[in-house]
Design a protein around this ligand. Structure first.
Ligand SMILES: *[C@@H]1O[C@H](CO)[C@@H](O)[C@H](O)[C@H]1NC(C)=O
Ligand SMILES: *[C@@H]1O[C@H](CO)[C@@H](O)[C@H](O)[C@H]1NC(C)=O
Ligand SMILES: *[C@@H]1O[C@H](CO)[C@@H](O)[C@H](O)[C@H]1NC(C)=O
Ligand SMILES: *[C@@H]1O[C@H](CO)[C@@H](O)[C@H](O)[C@H]1NC(C)=O
Ligand SMILES: *[C@@H]1O[C@H](CO)[C@@H](O)[C@H](O)[C@H]1NC(C)=O
Length: 311
């Protein structure tokens, strides 16, 4: 198994640890006021109403979106509907979300997708790893993406225990109170990991032998969910929860808001942290991830809608 593949699985594994909820419980009173911030042009994505928890964009501009997560303690607007993976082509003028067909033989009725990671093989085959919680168990599903057919072919189910075996996983996981989001720098030399409870991002240097040493910790002062990297600039984009309590105790009259932070010059002395999107929940609730591609931004949520913006 290639090292990068291990990392892909590790990222997937983080979503399995299930510590996010515990961490949020401990920090439920972590909250900040939400002053609205919005890029020039944003609209909700049609067809995504019941979650868009994780988003991963291929270098070609095809975005995968996991939808329909049912997770203990988190709201779900469609508790009886199976989850789905949606595809959006960000090269299009007006990209639309389209549910991907999944091959027969896979139990689609219990599909409950959480974190997703893409992996491109040397022969350019695209694989999608999906953290799945069928019947509240945890597995990782490996799919092959068939671009022409707009479909996913299920290849195998990887059980939880396997994810614990690679030593890399143990090394990386040490010293985190609640690792959740993770991403690798464009040059593959650094790893960025979000600690939701500690409300910060750890920057780790990856050495030749795959030892990891901590370079720094960037404090964000907000519950940070998942991280992505702008393929053009290397900036980190973080999907954040401005109010943990509202997320856990859902009240449609006073919903949880959304906040997206961007961290520029990550490795410099003074990384620049800016709020690129913030909303009190009137438009978008419970942002978990923000992913950019050539001036376009997709913001996903744990259980709510999804937003498309031009930067
Ligand atoms: C938030 O929680 C911390 C630790 O649990 C506690 O010390 C603090 O008083 C709480 N703050 C509020 C505003 O409830
Ligand atoms: C979201 O869930 C609701 C309730 O089950 C359902 O009526 C609606 O069609 C779903 N929306 C989408 C876009 O799947
Ligand atoms: C999904 O599969 C069904 C049955 O195989 C087919 O009728 C449908 O056209 C497919 N949808 C897409 C978007 O390819
Ligand atoms: C966060 O993103 C990474 C990389 O895309 C993915 O492996 C991981 O499963 C995601 N975590 C969650 C909780 O969605
Ligand atoms: C959220 O913001 C909208 C528009 O900025 C405002 O009309 C609404 O009253 C706010 N809601 C809450 C619960 O603060």
């Amino acid at each position: 198994m290639g090292k990068l593949m291990v990392l892909t699985l590790f990222g997937a594994g983080l979503a399995l640890i299930g510590e996010r909820l515990v961490a949020l419980r401990q920090r439920t009173n972590a909250s900040r006021e939400v002053e609205p911030v919005e890029p020039q042009s944003c609209h909700l994505i049609e067809g995504l109403e019941n979650g868009s928890e994780d988003i991963d964009i291929l270098p070609s501009g095809l975005a995968f979106i996991s939808s329909g997560l049912k997770y203990p303690g988190m709201p779900s607007f469609a508790p009886d509907e199976p989850g789905q993976i949606f595809l959006m082509d960000l090269n299009e003028q007006n990209p639309r979300a389209q549910a991907l067909n999944i091959s027969d033989g896979f139990d689609k009725a219990s599909f409950n997708p959480h974190g997703i990671s893409t992996f491109i093989d040397e022969d350019h085959t695209v694989y999608l790893y999906v953290v799945n919680h069928p019947h509240m168990k945890s597995t990782v599903e490996k799919f092959k993406f068939e671009e022409q057919q707009r479909s996913l072919v299920h290849l195998k189910t990887i059980k939880h225990e396997l994810l614990k075996s690679p030593t890399e996983v143990k090394v990386v996981a040490e010293g985190f109170s609640s690792a959740n989001g993770i991403t690798v720098s464009l040059d593959k030399k650094y790893i960025y990991a979000a600690d939701v409870a500690a409300q910060n991002i750890h920057v780790l240097k990856k050495h030749e032998n795959w030892d990891l040493t901590q370079v720094k910790v960037i404090h964000l002062g907000i519950l940070v969910d998942n991280l992505t990297e702008d393929p053009d600039t290397g900036d980190i984009w973080a999907g954040c929860h401005p109010n943990g309590m509202k997320l856990l105790i859902y009240n449609p009259e006073d919903p949880p808001g959304s906040e997206v932070l961007r961290i520029q010059n990550v490795l410099s002395e003074k990384p620049k942290i800016s709020t690129e999107y913030a909303n009190n929940g009137s438009v978008l609730q419970g942002s978990s991830v923000a992913s950019v591609y050539h001036g376009k931004l997709l913001i996903g949520t744990v259980f709510h809608k999804a937003l498309y913006c031009l930067l």
